[in-house]
Design a binder for this molecule. Structure first.
Ligand SMILES: [Zn+2]
Ligand SMILES: [Zn+2]
Length: 278
């Protein structure tokens, strides 16, 4: 279905370095990057442009634009979001969304990789030693830093700093005018190898999902869409909130597959039981 076809990766930040090798190996496509689309109008990490679309809509928009501009029927785009982990409030997380679109076969496959492997961080700086502590903490200079003035709508902003000389120089300039600076990690993929690694993981997940086909109609992207809970407690045999079955439904033909005991566990530990351990 994909062998030998061209696939455009919508990215200005060299994400193709992480995505292309995986998709070429797993799908047999030939990847190229489209760097000409100015996707900053859809929103930037640094907030000069407010994001008006949710990450999913934004990724789809980027992907469709790059495909249209290159008359390409296969495309991939990604969108990263950074902030506290949804279930671990004090742990920062990198939430990567990858979308694959095939307009020839009317296929859209989406994956999400939520990772705590990120250097995402920010702090205000009034002294040099705070700046060096921050630089060390975020893996500078391998990872880029952004310096700006502390006002909510910064007027001065230096992005993509990845040498100590430049960092100190830009801090001096900000300090002279504002007596402080605001430092944050540059999350654009080419300035952030840790993020690039997470994007690579997302690409592997994407390839795996595309290669998973519906047993009935062979449409790619056959994957778990829901779970059923109620694994019996090993002590009292009453249902718990643990997963008993995973459910896959084909988006094309609605074929339904229920896999019992996806984790090869037939009973739940009583610690998860609302009766034995309320
Ligand atoms: Zn199907
Ligand atoms: Zn029980």
């Amino acid at each position: 279905m994909f062998q030998g076809r061209s696939l455009v990766i919508a990215t200005k930040h060299h994400k193709e370095q992480a995505i292309a090798p995986v998709l070429e190996r797993e799908l047999g496509v030939r990847c190229f990057a489209d760097t000409t689309q100015d996707t900053d109008e859809l929103g930037t990490f640094t907030g000069e442009v407010e994001r008006r679309l949710d990450p999913m809509a934004s990724a789809r928009e980027k992907c469709m634009r790059a495909m249209a501009a290159n008359s390409c029927t296969l495309g991939v785009a990604s969108e990263g979001s950074f902030g506290p982990h949804p279930s671990l409030p004090f742990v920062p997380a990198d939430d990567e969304l990858l979308i694959f679109i095939d307009t020839l076969n009317h296929i859209e496959v989406v994956v999400r990789e939520l990772s705590t492997s990120t250097n995402f961080s920010a702090r205000s700086i009034t002294q040099i030693h705070e700046l060096s502590a921050f630089a060390e903490q975020v893996g500078f200079p391998l990872h880029g830093i952004i310096l700006r003035d502390k006002n909510p709508h910064s007027t001065v902003i230096y992005k993509g700093i990845h040498s100590m000389d430049v960092l100190l120089d830009r801090f001096d300039m900000l300090y002279t005018t504002f007596q402080s600076a605001y430092a944050e990690t540059d999350m654009r993929a080419m300035y952030n190898p840790t993020r690039m690694e997470v994007i690579k993981k997302a690409a592997e997940k994407l390839a795996q999902k595309i290669n998973s086909r519906c047993p009935q109609c062979n449409t790619p992207g056959f994957d778990i869409t829901d779970v059923i809970r109620g694994l019996p407690c090993s002590l009292c045999h009453r249902p718990t909130d643990m997963i008993i079955s995973s459910v896959c439904i084909c988006s094309a033909c609605q074929y339904l597959q229920v896999n019992r005991y996806p984790e090869q566990k037939y009973t739940a530990d009583p610690m998860y039981c609302n009766f034995c351990n309320p």
